[in-house]
Design a protein around this ligand. Structure first.
Ligand code: PGA
Length: 255
C-alpha cells in the first residue's frame, strides 16, 4: 500500500489562513482514524506552507507546493524558489500543471529548468502532462504526451534524480469539469507512458516511476484508476472536502 500516492492540490483555496488551518485540521482528524493508509501529500498555496510544515511534522500527511521558480535566489520579483520550499521541510512540488501552462504560458523549456533545480535540491516532483480537448479530438494524445516527456523528463540523466519524478497524467479537458477520462482511455495512456520510459531508461529505473491519474477524480471513480494500474491520484476539487478525500484514501487502500 505504501506504493499508492494520493495528492491533494488545493490550488488557490481557501481564502484565509484560518480557513486553511480548519481544512487541514479536519483532514487530520478524519485520517487519524485510518490505519495503513497510502502516502498522502497536500499541496496548499505557498502562504500556508510554513504553518503547515510545523503542524504536519510527525504526521501521516506530507507537504508539497504547487509550483516553484528555476533559481535558488535572487532578483525574481514574486517568485518562490525550491530552496525556500526545501528549507520549510516541503518534500514535494507539482510542476507543469496545465493551469500554469495555460494561464502563465509556461513552456516545456521553463518547466525543465524548474524540474532540474527541484530534483537537484532533493524535492520529489509531481510532473503533470496531458492533452487538451482539441488535441484528443484530433487523435494527438500520444504525440502530445511524447513531446512533453521528451522536452522535459527525458532530458534528466541522473538515475537517482529520475526516480524522484512522479508523472501525473492529467487530460486537460478532464480537469475541474466533472468529466473524468474513461478508465480504458487512461489505461492506454498509462501503457504508452510506461513504454516511453522503457525506451529511454533501463527497466530498473523505468519501473520505479510512479504514474498518477488526475482530472475530475471523485469518490465514485477514484478506485477504478488504482485497480487498473495507476500508482495514485492527483486530486483538485475533492481534496477540499476532507470527508470525501479521506474516503478516497480509504478506498484506495482496499484495492
Ligand atoms: P480536479 O483537478 O480534481 O478538480 O479535476 C485536478 C488537478 O488539477 O490536479
Amino acid at each position: 500500500m505504501e506504493n499508492i500516492l494520493i495528492v491533494g492540490n488545493w490550488k488557490m483555496n481557501p481564502e484565509t489562513t484560518e480557513g486553511a488551518e480548519a481544512l487541514l485540521n479536519s483532514l487530520l482528524k478524519e485520517i487519524r482514524k485510518e490505519k495503513n493508509i497510502p502516502e498522502v501529500v497536500i499541496c496548499p498555496p505557498y502562504l500556508y506552507i510554513e504553518k503547515f510544515s510545523k503542524k504536519l511534522s510527525g504526521k501521516k500527511i506530507k507537504l508539497g507546493a504547487q509550483n516553484c521558480f528555476w533559481e535558488e535566489k535572487g532578483a525574481f520579483t514574486g517568485e518562490i524558489s525550491p530552496l525556500m520550499l526545501k528549507n520549510l521541510n516541503c518534500q514535494y512540488v507539482i510542476l507543469g500543471h496545465s493551469e500554469r501552462r495555460i494561464y502563465f504560458n509556461e513552456t516545456n523549456e521553463q518547466i525543465l529548468k524548474k524540474l532540474k533545480l527541484s530534483l537537484k535540491l532533493g524535492l520529489k516532483v509531481i510532473f503533470c502532462i496531458g492533452e487538451k480537448k482539441e488535441e484528443k479530438e484530433n487523435d494527438l494524445t500520444f504525440d502530445i504526451i511524447k513531446n512533453q516527456l521528451r522536452e522535459t523528463v527525458f532530458k534528466i540523466d541522473k538515475k537517482e534524480h529520475i526516480t524522484n519524478i512522479i508523472i501525473a497524467y492529467e487530460p486537460v479537458w478532464a480537469i475541474g469539469t466533472g468529466k473524468n477520462c474513461k478508465v480504458n482511455d487512461a489505461m492506454s495512456v498509462l501503457t504508452f507512458i510506461k513504454k516511453e520510459f522503457l525506451n529511454v531508461f533501463s527497466s530498473f529505473v523505468a519501473k520505479k516511476i510512479k504514474i498518477l491519474y488526475g482530472g475530475s477524480v471523485d469518490l465514485k471513480n477514484a478506485k477504478e484508476y488504482i485497480e487498473n494500474g495507476f500508482d495514485g491520484l492527483l486530486i483538485g476539487g475533492v481534496s477540499l472536502k476532507p470527508g470525501e478525500f479521506t474516503k478516497i484514501i480509504k478506498n484506495c487502500k482496499e484495492v
